[in-house]
Design a protein around this ligand. Structure first.
Ligand SMILES: Nc1ncnc2c1ncn2[C@@H]1O[C@H](COP(=O)(O)OP(=O)(O)OP(=O)(O)O)[C@@H](O)[C@H]1O
Length: 750
């Protein structure tokens, strides 16, 4: 099925719905239809809750004239006087605005477009607990925009069905921790976002439900919402931790036009974004903190796209919009910049505690006001209707006359010696440029996908580790996660395969490119310099492309590092909690000594050294239930080893010896808990790991007595492999300890 797009504006006069609208909405719609603006930004301020009123009933937000928002910084110990800022928006709703009023002014006018083959998006943005879910989904007696849209759409379809055959499809997904999940059919996990040349942005494998009544949709939405990831946070008891995207696809064909009728399709995307939040406010830890980081990252990416669209608009140029920076922005690509009308409902709270978030949100929204994009109708071309032939013939005529002009101009070019050769070289070079650009694009795309999978792998492994911590030896609870991890690893391997093929293709193309210059040696100077310029320009473009990609790649690498650091912090926190519990339970263990030691393990050539931190044990007796660390952290990541003549742990000890950490000075024994894990734990672990303990024979004074630094990724695991006695002995000798440890993959010790 091929598609074509035709630009057509909805004329104000032909719009039956305009008569239903408030006068100010009519102007805004008319502006949008004329391309004066493409995004409508409305602010909605929720009332103070009962609890908030009890603490402090000062309101930081005042709404004036339905458009102006005044925000007042609450007086504090430093700022005694009130500082006020003012912002103007298309609409500003105060706490008294009803759900119906918000719907009528912000969403109702989009429905006509959607029923006529245009795209529209409404998203609620704002800090956690500011009223996004209330606005989009609503409550039992106070239906939100999603449900009201359905009721209104079906009512209109009933009227329009006299002349048209309509099909309504819905999909409902969430983006949680950068993973796309189907909320209607949850069996399909980790969906991929793709760009289809015909259909535009699409989520492969996402289920689409054909709906015949609003009730059916409402029922499905309710079920979907129960599956949505919600957790209580400090700021909101039922905080949505994911971005929920409901898409309504409306397809229609005119009746009585036979099979040649065009099929139009309009899409309404209704999005309840997860709350923007500051970690300090929410006091989130562990997985919540990672969620928060992911939420903020995707909202930041959304902000960056909005900024880039704004800048492009200001300069009147087409520039790079970083849609690829997050799943959310990739999904919203055709809902922000392209063929779409967008409404942003900015939810804020007047509560003093929200002041900073509210102000930042208003600044963010203020930028979004000025975006302008192009608005086109979607036409799926079943077979062009006879009435469209005229347009096509006119287009073809224009093309023929342009081509004629090109030929005429070419004839005017003076003949120069060697020009014929130059033309054929020119053609070869052009073909080559196209090939090389395609190859680079595919390579960068493959690397981006690889990056995404790596990020996903980190998140999943973290979840797996959390699951071990929570469920201990219950393998079944982790088995689906293990499956996912395996699947992701397979996908990473496939991407790596593809990347290596594309890289060798790129190398070959680069070689061909260098050979071109040799061929041009016999050409007249002006012809060869023309070709040189073309080649240089091509190289510059490739470099730009590469730089752009590198930026994206670097961001992803940083993101991976962030996730990794979060994981380690979390593990460390758990371990400290556990230690503290131990201490509380067994005060007598405080007397004993227990310490960490960094040991560098090298391969048989004395290279590829890895530093591992081993827990060195004092006398037996006390037991610890310290949480295990995923074996992956030992095996897959290469630690950065700093070059130094003094052994690292001694260096570190020398630096830190004065700041002794009391926690590490306690004697703790992992032996029993680890033995249990090995005995009862997942097969995988049983096979791979066994813990050996190293008795201390170091003089007391050289013991490192500080916690390992977070960034030293590989210091924390206590897992080592079973190996033969001779190797253990050589390790003992080397490290001056009684028992040695070995890691799989390291053949010998030096
Ligand atoms: N306009 C409003 N009128 C009355 N109550 C509201 C309004 N907006 C929000 N609330 C109430 O405020 C609370 C928080 O709202 P909501 O859950 O919609 O916030 P949110 O922005 O979706 O938060 P999160 O991002 O954490 O999911 C809810 O109890 C909701 O009922």
């Amino acid at each position: 099925m091929k598609s074509s797009k035709s630009s057509r504006k909805i004329s104000k006069n032909s719009s039956p719905i305009l008569s239903d609208q408030e006068p100010e909405t009519i102007d805004l719609i008319s502006n949008m239809n004329q391309g004066v603006s493409n995004i409508l930004v409305a602010v909605r301020c929720r009332p103070l809750t009962k609890k908030e009123k009890e603490i402090d009933d000062f309101k930081t937000v005042q709404i004036i004239d339905g458009k102006l928002v005044f925000i007042t910084e609450p007086p504090g110990p430093i700022n005694k006087r009130l500082i006020e800022n003012k912002y103007a928006f298309d609409f500003a709703f105060d706490e008294t605005a009803s759900q119906q009023e918000v719907f009528n002014k912000t969403t109702m006018f989009l429905l006509e477009g959607v029923l006529n083959g245009y795209n529209a998006t409404v998203f609620a943005y704002g800090p956690t607990g500011a009223g996004k879910t209330y606005t989009m989904l609503g409550e039992v007696e106070k239906l939100g925009i999603m449900l009201m849209s359905f009721i209104e759409l079906f009512a209109r379809i009933e009227v329009l069905s006299k002349d048209r055959n309509y099909t309504v499809k819905i999909s409902y997904l969430e983006i949680y921790n950068e993973i796309v999940r189907d909320l209607i059919n949850p069996s399909s996990t980790c969906l991929d976002i793709r760009e289809d040349p015909d259909k535009g942005i699409m989520v492969s494998g996402l289920s689409e439900l054909i709906a015949s009544s609003p009730q059916e949709v409402i029922d499905n939405l309710r079920i979907g919402n129960k599956r949505r990831t919600c957790e209580p946070t400090e700021a909101n008891q039922t905080s949505s931790r994911s971005h929920a995207v409901l898409q309504i696809i409306i397809e229609y064909k005119e009746k009585n036009t036979g099979i040649e009728a065009e099929q139009f399709s309009g899409k309404l995307s209704l999005i309840d974004l997860a709350g923007s939040e500051r970690a300090a406010n929410t006091k989130n830890r562990g997985i919540r903190l990672i969620e928060g980081a992911n939420i903020n990252r995707s909202l930041l990416a959304l902000g960056n796209c909005i900024n880039a669209l704004y800048e492009a608009n200001l300069k009147g140029i087409k520039s790079y919009i970083p849609y690829r920076d997050s799943k959310l922005t990739r999904l919203l690509k055709d809902s922000l910049g392209g063929n779409c009308r967008t409404v942003m409902i900015v939810c804020i709270s007047p509560c003093t505690a929200f002041y900073d978030d509210t102000h930042n949100t208003l600044k963010y929204a203020n930028r979004a006001k000025n975006i302008k994009t192009s608005y086109e109708r979607n036409v799926v071309n079943v077979s062009y209707h006879i009435s469209k032939y005229k347009d096509i013939i006119n287009d073809l005529k224009r093309e023929v006359s342009e081509l004629k002009n090109v030929i005429k101009n070419k004839k005017k070019v003076p003949k120069i010696e060697g020009f014929h050769n130059a033309e054929s070289y020119n053609k070869d070079l052009e073909d080559h440029i196209i090939k090389e650009a395609k190859n680079r694009n595919m390579l960068f795309e493959a690397i981006s996908l690889w990056d995404e999978q790596q990020e996903l792998l980190l998140v999943k492994e973290f979840e797996l580790n959390e699951s071990y911590l929570k469920n201990g030896i219950e393998v079944s609870k982790s088995s689906s996660l293990l499956e996912k991890v395996k699947k992701i690893k397979r996908s990473i391997a496939e991407h790596e395969d593809r990347i290596s093929k594309l890289k060798s293709q790129a190398e070959k193309l680069e070689k061909d490119r260098n050979e071109f210059q040799i061929k041009w040696e016999n050409l007249p100077e002006n012809a060869s310099s023309l070709l040189q310029i073309m080649l240089q320009q091509h190289i510059i473009e490739l470099t730009e492309l590469e730089n752009e990609h590198l930026k994206i790649h670097e961001k992803s690498q940083l993101k991976q590092k962030d996730i990794y650091i979060e994981m380690l912090q979390n593990q460390l926190r758990d371990r400290i909690d556990s230690l503290e519990t131990q201490i509380a339970l067994k005060p007598e263990i405080k007397q004993e000594k227990f310490f960490h030691k960094n040991i560098e393990l090298k391969d048989h050539k004395g290279q590829n050294g890895k530093i591992f931190n081993f827990r060195l044990q004092g006398p037996k007796g006390s037991e610890s239930s310290l949480p295990p660390v995923s074996p992956r952290y030992l095996s897959t990541k290469k630690p950065q080893v700093r070059e130094s003549k003094i052994p690292r742990y001694k260096q570190k000890y020398a630096e830190d010896s004065s700041s002794a950490s009391s926690i590490i000075d306690f004697k703790l024994n992992h032996h029993n808990s680890t033995k249990n894990l090995i005995k009862n734990g997942p097969k995988l672990q049983r096979k791979k790991v066994k813990q050996l303990f190293v008795s201390n024979s170091e003089p007391e004074s050289t013991r490192p007595n500080v916690l390992p630094k977070i960034s030293d990724k590989f210091k924390v695991s206590p897992y080592v492999l079973k190996r033969d006695v001779s190797k253990k002995k050589s390790f003992q000798k080397l490290n001056n300890v009684k028992y040695g440890v070995m890691i799989r993959g390291i053949e010998k010790f030096t």
